[in-house]
Write a protein that binds this ligand. Sequence first.
Ligand code: TYD
Ligand code: MG
Length: 422
Amino acid sequence: MVETIEDRQPAAVKARRPIRTKPVPLSGVNSSEQHRVQVPIQELNRVLGGGLVPGSLVLIGGDPGIGKSTLILQAAAKLAAGGPVVYVSAEESAQQIKLRADRLGVHEDALLVLSETNLDQILDSLEETDPGLLIIDSIQTVYLDEITSAAGSVSQVRECTARLMQWAKPRNVPVFVIGHVTKEGAIAGPRVLEHMVDAVLYLEGERYHQYRILRAVKNRFGSTDEVGVFEMADTGLREVRNPSEAFLEERGAGVTGSVVAVTMEGTRPILVEIQALATASAFGLPRRSANGLDNSRLQLLVAVLQKRVGLKLAQQDIYANVVGGLRVLEPAVDLGTAIAIASSYRDEPVDPKLVAVGEIGLSGELRSVNQLDRRIMEAHRLGFRRIIVPKHAGKPAGRVNGEVEIIPAGSAAEAIGHALGL
Ligand code: TYD
Ligand code: MG
């Protein structure tokens, strides 16, 4: 519970404008589609739905330190080539931004930084600059004088966003608002703003892994199906155009407990390596630990493997991991995980050119998954030779394009038999 004190000044302070808006036919409304500003970072552009819509407010959320400021500074620098961009840094001093810009190799004269936390002053100072893009880093550190609660509180964050919106819409200037995801405390997270802004993008990833996923959770101007993949390097975030290749880069051949699965990130299929390790447990209560996968899903898969496939895992510690720091919560990777566990338990490697796709049900049956064709095409594109798919998906056994062999399986047990050659 967070106390919110409502003591707004009466609206009469500002003279009321006469109302001039009236309903117009929808067919007569100009669509601004053609005016979208193309962001020269393709992965970001795609997640935005094909460019920035003038006058829109885009919220970039994510854990502290994940790379939000880095990504937006890179985008700002590229967009500054087309007109002045103001980067308001309420968190860091102009010198700190400069240090980061140097590191990113950013030298744009049209990129203006403003180190200020009072939102009224920020907006006032923009009158002369007339920017083509405004960035607020972060919404939790700017404040309005007329609200008595501290910066970062729910009422401040909401009111500041509303003020930004009032500023942006009539001027047709897009605004990026950065917000930290907070776990607890009196600081309001970006969630309280989701309903107000036009688009909400979250930057996710494991802090100690290099990959970052940019995901749209709301977009008034595009689909929320698209994701952008980036890699954190010493010179900032790099776009990963070919995520499957990147995630499989360090794969060793012939090791046990390693299987490739295909997950869909939006409309994009991504091949990931799933690793599992089964070892005799030293204690009475064996451990099951998942990294990048859902822990309860792992428990369920282990239970199915025991009861329906007949693997004696009751005295085994089981660890499962998605390589590269990607979080995969889609059930389509069930089969890959199950085969990896079986492979590690039996100490038998899986054919490195094999891909497994399918959801596993409680009776050990293999259930079909969506967008199977796209998954198969991606496996094909990356040179995989065999792909195990659910029988119910209706794909006949045989070869696609004379290269990838489709192996339909009705149950987890049957699929494991195919994969381990039992
Ligand atoms: P930052 O953009 O400051 O995160 P946020 O704004 O989301 O809090 O990025 C912080 C991390 O990124 C920091 O721990 C260091 C790392 N980083 C790099 O690895 N390479 C770089 O070029 C930059 C600028 C940051
Ligand atoms: Mg930051």
